[in-house]
Write a protein that binds this ligand. Structure first.
Ligand code: C5J
Length: 236
C-alpha cells in the first residue's frame, strides 16, 4: 500500500517524507559484524551493541515493505581472490586474523561465506536489491547511484551498522550526490556508544549538515505502523 507524503518529527527540523521517492538502505547487517566469531568480534568488539538494532530495524523493514518502498541491503566484503581489497585495507591494524583468513563463519569478509550473509531476521526478500560493496561507503565502486536515479529516488532512510563507519560514510557520499538522508537513531549501531552518539549529532548539527535524525517510532508512525510488542521470550 502506497502512503502519501508526510512530515516526520526529526532533528534539526521535520523531514519531508515521500515513501515513493525514498529508499530504505540497510547497511551491512551481516554476520561478519553481528555474530560471535565474525570480523567485528575478532577485533575485540562487543557485538551485542549491534544486535540490539535488529528489533527496531526489523519493524522499519516490515513497514517499508508494506508501503512498497524500495529496499536496498548492503554487504561489505571482497572477492575470494581479494583482488578488490586495497593492500592498505588488508594491512591495516596488523591483525592476527586479517580479511580473507579462515574464521568460525568462513573466510572473513569474503563474499559467499557464511559471515558475509545478512542476519536471518533481516534477510532480503526476492526482488530487494542486495548490493555488495568493497568499501565503507555504499556508493564507492558500486552501481547504487544509477539504481537510485533510475527509480527516481531522492531521499534515503539509512540504517544498519556501524554508525560512524559505513553508515556515516554512506550518508556523506549520498549528501554530496544530492540525496536527503534520514537516520532513525535506534536503527543504527556502533561498537562504541560514544561514537554512536556523536555520529548522530554530527549528522543533524549545523542545520542538518549531512541529514536528519529521528526514531523508529516516528518513522513507523509516518508509515502507519507500530512496533510489535515483544514478549520476554521473543526478545531474548
Ligand atoms: C566496519 C562497517 N565497521 N560496516 N564496517 O568496518 O561499518
Amino acid at each position: 500500500m502506497r502512503f502519501a507524503p508526510s512530515s516526520i518529527e526529526a532533528e534539526p527540523y521535520p523531514f519531508a517524507f515521500d515513501p515513493a521517492a525514498t529508499a530504505l538502505v540497510i547497511i551491512d547487517m551481516q554476520h561478519d559484524f553481528l555474530a560471535p566469531g565474525g570480523f567485528g568480534a575478532l577485533l575485540g568488539n562487543d557485538v551485542s551493541l549491534l544486535t540490539q538494532v535488529i528489533e527496531p530495524l526489523g519493524a522499519v523493514l516490515a513497514a517499508a515493505r508494506a508501503a512498497e518502498m524500495m529496499v536496498i541491503h548492503t554487504r561489505e566484503g571482497h572477492r575470494p581472490d581479494l583482488a578488490d581489497c586495497p593492500p592498505s585495507k588488508l594491512a591495516r591494524g596488523r591483525l592476527a586474523t586479517p580479511i580473507g583468513s579462515p574464521g568460525p563463519n568462513g573466510r572473513i569478509l569474503i563474499r559467499g561465506q557464511a559471515g558475509h550473509e545478512i542476519v536471518a531476521a533481516l534477510a532480503p526478500l526476492p526482488g530487494e536489491i542486495v548490493l555488495d560493496k568493497p568499501g565503507k561507503g555504499a556508493f564507492y565502486a558500486t552501481d547504487l547511484e544509477l539504481m537510485l536515479r533510475n527509480a527516481q529516488i531522492t531521499s534515503l532512510v539509512v540504517t544498519g551498522v556501524t554508525t560512524e563507519v559505513c553508515v556515516h560514510t554512506t550518508i556523506r557520499e549520498a549528501n554530496d550526490r544530492g540525496f536527503d538522508c534520514l537516520v532513525p537513531g535506534d536503527c543504527v549501531g556502533s561498537y562504541f556508544p560514544e561514537f554512536h552518539e556523536v555520529g548522530l549529532r554530527m549528522i543533524a548539527a549545523q542545520g542538518g549538515i549531512f541529514g536528519w535524525v529521528t526514531t523508529s517510532d516516528h518513522l513507523l508512525a509516518a508509515l502507519g505502523a507500530e512496533r510489535p510488542v515483544l514478549t520476554t521470550t521473543q526478545g531474548a
